[in-house]
Design a protein around this ligand. Structure first.
Ligand code: ARG
Length: 299
């Protein structure tokens, strides 16, 4: 087969799969099978080391999770998390860029678990464009969502897979096996990020309860998801922002990215769980932004 044939074939495959998928049409599958079992949920202590209250993740555990780096940040350079939702697009939080004036200093590490030793499975990309939500409000954190278009598409591998983003038909509140992961601080007082990816199981928390008087008393928007534990102890923290809140589909073996880590009062405090931007709520926005790219790479 000559190159032209191959190109035509690739182009047709791309079209057939639509806007989202180009990792063989799959998303949300973890390359290696991990069976946490129900024990982590029943006993709720799950290692108790450290995200806050999580444990170190194994290689390629969450192959859509990316680390956003800034050239000026000392140490590993880690700034925020993100999720790969297309070979050239990363979903993250808008507030990650509150203090970034020059986007060309930001780069994306994909397929790594330990940031100081990203290994042969990792790929680095620069940012072609940043699209923050037009109504993102850094005072009340409404619409805390952004998309990064990468300079070149990444290649899928056991280390690099796409995340699934749910549309309105998924009943997110019925999902039970949910996890957070990130390179953020492992305690509320720690100022540095974690070299090794941390992960922890969390429960989705009813928005009414999350917004009640002893909890976040009205600060939660309908476009948020709350996740964690009433008693605290396990939570995302500084540096986990932009990364995913992920739940396994109730029937299939793949995971949905249902939230983008946004904020919380302190970390792992009782009645102050993590607050996430609902990806389902912004499904149409995500599609429209990718389709509207002046570079047209999502089509
Ligand atoms: N805003 C934080 C960041 O920029 C994420 C905080 C999440 N906090 C929490 N308690 N769950 O990394």
């Amino acid at each position: 087969m000559n190159w032209l044939c191959l190109l035509v074939l690739l182009a047709t495959c791309g079209l057939a799969h639509g806007t989202w998928d180009n990792c063989g049409g799959l998303c949300g599958y973890r390359s290696v099978s991990y069976d946490y079992g129900a024990a982590a949920y029943q006993y709720g202590h799950y290692g108790m080391t450290r995200v806050v209250g999580g444990t170190g993740a194994r290689e390629a555990s969450w192959p859509w999770l990316v680390s956003l780096h800034h050239a000026w940040i000392p140490g590993t350079g880690h700034m925020c998390g993100g999720s790969l939702i297309h070979s050239q697009w990363v979903l993250t939080a808008a507030h990650c860029f509150d203090d970034v004036s020059n986007i060309s200093l930001v780069y994306v590490m994909i397929g790594a678990t330990q940031l100081s030793h990203p290994g042969p499975g990792a790929q680095i990309r620069y940012v072609k464009q940043l699209r923050t939500h037009q109504y993102y409000n850094n005072k009340n954190m409404k619409n805390d969502i952004a998309l990064l278009e990468l300079d070149y598409p990444v290649l899928c591998s056991p280390y690099i897979q796409l995340a699934c983003v749910p549309d309105f038909t998924l009943r997110v509140s019925e999902l039970v096996y949910c996890f957070v992961a990130g390179w953020g601080a492992t305690s509320a007082r720690a100022s540095t990020s974690s070299d090794l990816l941390q992960e922890a199981p969390v429960h989705l928390i009813d928005l009414k309860l999350c917004n009640s008087s002893e909890w976040y008393s009205g600060e939660i928007h309908s476009s948020n998801v709350c996740a964690g534990y009433p008693q605290g102890f396990i939570d995302t923290c500084q540096g986990d922002s932009g990364g995913p809140l992920m739940c396994k589909d109730n029937i299939a073996a793949y995971y949905w990215v249902v939230g983008v880590t946004s904020w919380g009062e302190g970390c792992a405090r009782a009645k102050h769980p993590g607050v996430y931007t609902s990806t389902q709520h912004f499904y149409d926005w995500i599609l429209a932004e990718m389709a509207a790219s002046p570079y047209g790479s999502a089509s």
